[in-house]
Design a protein around this ligand. Sequence first.
Ligand code: PXP
Length: 236
Amino acid sequence: MPRLGVNIDHVATLRNARGGSFPDPLAAAQTALDAGADGITLHLREDRRHIHDHDLARFCATLTAPINLEMAATAEMVAIATRYKPHAACIVPEHRREVTTEGGLDAAGQFATLRPIVAMLGGAGIRVSLFIDPDPAQLRAASELGAPVVELHTGAYALGRPDELRRLTEAASLTRELGLECHAGHGLTYGNVAAIAALPEVAELNIGHFLIGTAISSGLAAAVREMRALMQAARA
Ligand code: PXP
């Protein structure tokens, strides 16, 4: 049974829309863990569009469950990661204008940049993963870089691109050969998770946008009922 990491970024997106402290990403993380999530994933972006530095500090000080920090391969992020020492760090490509992490890291093309970063994070006791497309050349580069984990980008599969499930299946099988732990994530929903969760090599799935979106849709009815009840009680 693969572990489930819940990506909490979009609770912070909603909080930041009003600039206050509600909804609280830490409270949402605790709810996710109480409901059976195995860990919490958060992405501290260079532009801080959702998670902020103080979130990471609170998460690391409060949660006992594993925290997976998604981060760009920059000196700033390495300094932050080695300061807070989350359980895991997933290195992702980051482009300022993208709406989400579009495509995997070019582990092969950025080998020289990534090598010292993987070593520094690993040396700090952080379990390093590289977020890559299901491409054998990228998997081999990740292995040569000494990363113990890869997270396979399931975004193209989630968009229904033909052949992606085969690529993911073959990539997952190659992780076993290379001795890499295999994670997967991006764009996973109730409708498409089964084929990925069924891959025997997949040890962890990281899922965010769909879960937070579903929580909003399915929680709205209860929130409206409670507000109506409070309004009625005020007039009683
Ligand atoms: N894994 C990684 C490395 C990601 O960058 C993201 C998106 O932040 C996810 C998983 C989760 O993707 P989604 O929000 O589409 O479920």
